[in-house]
Write a protein that binds this ligand. Structure first.
Ligand code: NAD
Length: 337
């Protein structure tokens, strides 16, 4: 089947890295649907020249528009990234998260169902190999104590409006598989980092504040732990699940790179001390400042990725120390430093 892939949110951080990766494959038509919110940047998209690529500006909450895109481009695969994704924004403006993450996902599922299937469990001719991959987060599982890992069996316990909206969308995706037989797969991933991430997120903030010699804000006591995954490793995992994942299943993707936030800040400062030493001979780490904690701040996330590793043969190629060096160099280039 010739693949006509709809990538939603392809102008965002992970979406743009995914598009750039996907465009290296041949015999594929890519449609990028993005509303271009503040989080988007079309300059992050560097598609291979011979790739059949179309950008369409629009909102996944617009039912008719989504239906039109499916029809016009004969979409038979979806990789759904589009979301409001920043936890802090979900605390100040939760409504946008409900609209995009829940209603938008519902619209895409409904359009896929209408375009791919005659009735529950009956595919339209030519659509038998259609796929809908929903990109979600490990935050749906809530928070861990000092030990334990999130598996695909862990109960959902979202703690922020962001994670609650993603959990809701995961449930909708699940329901379309069980009710209609829609060919869905879901990935739940840990924190990503790497080139093209929006300035507002933790790692770009640390790098930007350090090089402009402003105080580097770290929430609470800096002891919160995230399981960091280099974005290209995530993109490879998504593509593998799209190709080989078992329908109706979910796959956790994580890099086995648990690090405290304060470790992240100190490591970035140490690397900058080496590659861009301050004239004053001081360390960038002097700029680290603890600030009032985020309300409801989850303590620890950590992923057990053995299902995708054992069943699909995926494994993270970067560890945090190798990936962060590449990331810092990318941002220094972006800021012309
Ligand atoms: P991002 O915020 O960088 O990008 C989101 C993109 O979606 C933007 O280009 C934006 O314009 C677009 N968008 C937003 N609302 C839209 C709408 N209504 N219609 C069409 N487009 C819209 O997000 P990201 O960090 O790249 O995350 C992508 C996906 O991966 C999200 O679903 C997120 O929940 C999930 N995820 C992210 C991480 C992470 O660490 N960044 C980890 C796990 C899962």
């Amino acid at each position: 089947m010739f693949k006509s892939v709809l990538v939603t949110g392809g102008a965002g951080f992970i979406g743009s890295n995914f598009l750039n990766y996907l465009s290296t494959f041949s015999d594929i038509k890519i449609v990028n649907l993005d509303k271009l919110t503040y989080a988007a940047n079309l300059e992050n998209i560097k598609i291979q020249k011979d790739c059949d690529y179309t950008f369409v500006k629009g909102d996944i909450c617009d039912t008719q528009f989504v239906q039109k895109v499916f029809e016009e481009y004969k979409i038979n695969s979806v990789v759904h990234f589009a979301a409001e994704s920043h936890v802090d924004n979900s605390i100040t403006n939760p409504g946008a998260f409900i609209d995009t993450n829940i209603v938008g996902t519902f619209n895409l599922l409904q359009a896929a169902y209408k375009n791919w299937m005659e009735a529950p469990n009956v595919f339209k001719t030519g659509m038998e190999n259609a796929r809908f991959l929903h990109v979600s987060t490990d935050e749906v599982y809530g928070t861990l104590g000092k030990t334990g890992l999130f598996t695909e069996e862990t109960s959902y316990a979202p703690n922020s409006p962001y994670s609650a909206s993603k959990a809701s969308s995961d449930m909708l995706v699940r329901s379309y598989f069980h009710t209609y037989g829609l060919p869905v797969v879901t990935t739940n991933c840990s924190n990503n980092y790497g080139p093209r991430q929006h300035n507002e997120k933790l790692i770009p903030t640390i790098i930007r504040k350090a090089i402009s010699q402003e105080s580097i804000p770290i929430y609470g006591d800096g002891k919160n732990i995230r399981d960091w995954l280099y974005v290209l490793d995530h993109c490879k995992g998504i593509n593998l699940v799209l190709e080989k994942g078992k329908l109706g299943e979910t796959y956790n993707i994580g890099g086995k790179n648990e690090r405290e936030n304060i470790y992240i800040a100190k490591t970035i400062c140490e690397i900058l001390d080496k590659i861009k030493p301050l004239e004053s001979q001081k360390s960038y780490s002097d700029l680290i400042t603890y600030v009032k904690d985020r309300p409801g701040h989850d303590f620890r996330y950590a992923i057990d990725a053995s299902k995708i590793e054992n069943e699909l043969g995926w494994c993270a190629e970067e560890n945090f120390e190798s990936g962060i060096e590449k990331t810092i160099h990318w941002y220094l280039e972006k800021y012309n430093l």
